[in-house]
Design a protein around this ligand. Structure first.
Ligand code: PBG
Length: 327
C-alpha cells in the first residue's frame, strides 16, 4: 500500500501546532456589548428568554459600561425602553428620554475608553412597535420616518454617543442622518449602518427584551431571507451615503452574506449575533446538549472566519474575561 503524500493532520497534532497555524482569533477590542436600559426600573430585571441578560437600571447600566471598559471591549451598544410610547416615538428624540439619558450616563463613566454606540430606530418608542411612523393607511412612511431619524441622531450625538447604529432599514436613512449630524456640527459622530438586516424569526427574545408592542412583522422594510444580491446593494448604498462601518444581522444564519459583504466592502464590516442566537446556545447548554463555552467560542469564530471584524454579542463581556484568562 502507498503512504499518503499529504498529511494535513501533521498541523493538528498538538495544541501548540494548532495555535501556531490558526487563521482567525477573537479579540476583546473587536467585541461590542449590546445593553438595555429601562426607564422607571428600581432593580435590574432578567430577560426570561435570555438568561444572564438584563434590562438595566441607570445604575447597573453604568456598572455594565465600566465592566465592559475594564475588560477591554471595543464598544457598548445601547437600547432604551421608555415608560411611555406614542405614535411618533417622541421619547426617542427627547434629550430627557431614557436612551439619551443612558448614553450621557455611560459616556460620563467611560469617556473615550470604550466606543459608546446607540440604536437609531423608533421601534422601542412607538406605541405600534414599528421602526418608523405610519401613514394614514397604516403603512410605514419611509420619508416621514427619515426626518425623525435625523432628529434622533442629533439628540444621541448631543448626549455623547461616539457612533450611531441606524437599524430601521428605511431607504436613504444613512444619507439623511449624516446630513443632520453635519448640519448640527457633529461631523465627528460616526455611523455604523445596519446595512443588511433581515426579517428574522431569531429576533424573538429581543422583542421581550424591549417589551415590544409590535403586532405583525417588519417584512416591508427588513430584508427577505431568500435574498443574497440585495445585501450587496444595501451595503453599497449605505457606503455611498456615508456609512463609516456596516453591519450584517443576524449573524449565524447569514454567514454567506457576511462573506459577500466582507469581500466587497472598503469599510469595516461587523455582524450582530442576535438575541435568538444567544438564547439557542443558552437553552441547549442548560439542557446539557452542547458544551456552552465551546459553542459560544465556535459561534463567534465562525463569524470572524466569514469575514466580520467586529461582533456585537451578548457574550462580549464574558468572552473578554475568558480571553484575558488566556483560555
Ligand atoms: C431594532 C432592532 C432590533 C434588534 C436590534 N435593533 C429588533 C428588530 O429588528 O426587530 C434585534 C437584536 C437582537 O435580536 O438581538 N431597533
Amino acid at each position: 500500500m502507498g503512504f499518503p503524500q499529504h498529511r494535513p493532520r501533521r498541523l493538528r497534532q498538538n495544541p501548540a501546532i494548532r495555535r501556531l497555524v490558526a487563521e482567525n482569533e477573537l479579540a476583546a477590542r473587536q467585541l461590542i456589548l449590546p445593553v438595555f436600559v429601562r426607564e422607571g426600573l428600581s432593580q435590574p430585571k432578567e430577560i426570561s428568554s435570555m438568561p444572564g441578560v438584563y434590562q438595566h437600571t441607570m445604575d447597573t447600566l453604568k456598572a455594565a459600561a465600566n465592566d465592559a471598559a475594564a475588560k477591554g471591549l471595543g464598544g457598548i451598544m445601547l437600547f432604551g425602553i421608555p415608560e411611555d410610547r406614542d405614535e411618533n416615538g417622541s421619547a426617542g428624540i427627547d434629550p430627557q428620554g431614557i436612551l439619551n439619558q443612558g448614553i450621557a450616563a455611560v459616556r460620563a463613566e467611560v469617556g473615550d475608553e470604550l466606543v459608546v454606540m446607540s440604536d437609531v430606530c423608533l421601534d422601542e418608542f412607538t406605541s405600534h412597535g414599528h421602526c418608523g411612523v405610519l401613514d394614514a393607511k397604516g403603512s410605514v412612511d419611509n420619508d416621514a420616518t427619515l426626518e425623525i431619524y435625523g432628529q434622533m441622531a442629533v439628540a444621541q450625538a448631543e448626549a455623547g454617543a461616539h457612533m450611531l447604529g441606524p437599524s430601521g432599514m428605511m431607504d436613504g436613512q444613512i444619507g439623511v442622518i449624516r446630513q443632520a449630524l453635519d448640519e448640527a456640527g457633529h461631523q465627528d459622530t460616526a455611523i455604523l449602518a445596519y446595512s443588511a438586516k433581515y426579517a428574522s424569526a431569531f429576533y424573538g427574545p429581543f422583542r421581550e427584551a424591549v417589551d415590544s408592542q409590535l403586532k405583525g412583522d417588519r417584512r416591508t422594510y427588513q430584508m427577505d431571507s431568500a435574498n443574497r444580491r440585495e445585501a450587496v446593494l444595501e451595503a453599497e448604498l449605505d457606503i455611498a451615503e456615508g456609512a463609516d462601518m456596516i453591519m450584517v444581522k443576524p449573524a449565524m444564519s447569514y454567514l454567506d452574506i457576511v462573506r459577500d459583504i466582507a469581500d466587497i466592502s472598503p469599510v469595516p464590516v461587523s455582524a450582530y449575533q442576535i438575541s435568538g442566537e444567544y438564547s439557542m446556545i443558552e437553552a441547549a447548554s442548560a439542557n446539557g446538549w452542547i458544551d456552552r463555552k465551546a459553542s459560544v467560542l465556535e459561534s463567534l469564530l465562525s463569524i470572524k472566519r466569514a469575514g466580520a471584524e467586529q461582533i456585537l454579542t451578548y457574550y462580549a463581556a464574558e468572552v473578554a474575561g475568558w480571553l484575558k484568562e488566556g483560555k
